[in-house]
Design a protein around this ligand. Sequence first.
Ligand SMILES: Cc1ncc(C[n+]2csc(CCOP(=O)(O)OP(=O)(O)O)c2C)c(N)n1
Ligand SMILES: [Mg+2]
Length: 329
Amino acid sequence: MAARKSTRKPNVSAEKLKEYYREMLLIRRFEEKAGQLYGMGLIGGFCHLYIGQEAVVVGLEAATEEGDKRVTSYRDHGHMLACGMNPDGVMAELTGREGGYSKGKGGSMHMFSKEKHFYGGHGIVAAQVPIGAGLAFADKYKENGRVTFTYFGDGAANQGQVYETFNMAALWDLPVVFVIENNQYAMGTSQQRSTSTKDIYHRGEAFGIAGEIVDGMDVLAVKAAGEKAVAHCRAGKGPYILEVKTYRYRGHSMSDPAKYRTREEVQKVREERDPIEHVRELLLSGKHASEDDLKAIDKDIKQIVNKAADFSKESPEPALEELWTDIYA
Ligand SMILES: Cc1ncc(C[n+]2csc(CCOP(=O)(O)OP(=O)(O)O)c2C)c(N)n1
Ligand SMILES: [Mg+2]
């Protein structure tokens, strides 16, 4: 695959670069496996894959510190893996099994981890945006220096609650990074058809919120922007917006007929801007890794993903009594 040539030298160590490669590859292989299990009827309901967008979450996670929080939409498997949640537990939740993060009762869009400070997984478009500001409000109140990453899509950016949240976050200087994962489509609607402007981040200006555009297919660019945003928040300067331009290779969800774009459009991004190929090329051309080193990483990732798939098939379905646990009534 002819990935684009990088114009600049990586500003991280070879070890870190390999780590990002590994983390992005884990997400991609995990998602490919989830797609296969879905096709086999082992995963039901909604399932939104993150393939193509891996550099966004891996780059931003590289800018976090222990205790920082994250909340996102239904396209959430990558976020969970990148913050260190167990692939076995994520896959078993996808197949609706007892060993899953929500004991098999939540599925793809409803997983959480207190330990990893992951607050979901939200199926209602933009619902996670005020939740993210609320998490940041709690941290500001506790004066603990933590930052919350609140991810949402280009489509979600047209939701009214985003702007109510921007207002409050700016008014109270909340330590929240709003990450607009602009993958150019909201289901079958392209950004051009839904959004009055080419860029979205500058809507923050109306509320006095600083922001910028980031190349979401370049993990190092994402990391650098993430560090800048985090420093802004930790310095008590309030929220920051990162509009990360990315692309999803697969359909909106597993049931998307994909009639709204051409195969050529997708192929072109895969060939010219793939985030994993980009890092692979940096590693090889900089002699930071050999083909054999990368093959060993591939093999290791394959094994982790196969183990998760086996676990997700072997773990039992939740017992009937589980219908009466984890409920408010
Ligand atoms: C309030 C609400 N309206 C509509 C939907 C149906 N819906 C689910 S995802 C989606 C598109 C969102 O696109 P975007 O925010 O760009 O995120 P992406 O799927 O591209 O990651 C819509 C309209 C929903 N889940 N919730
Ligand atoms: Mg989108």
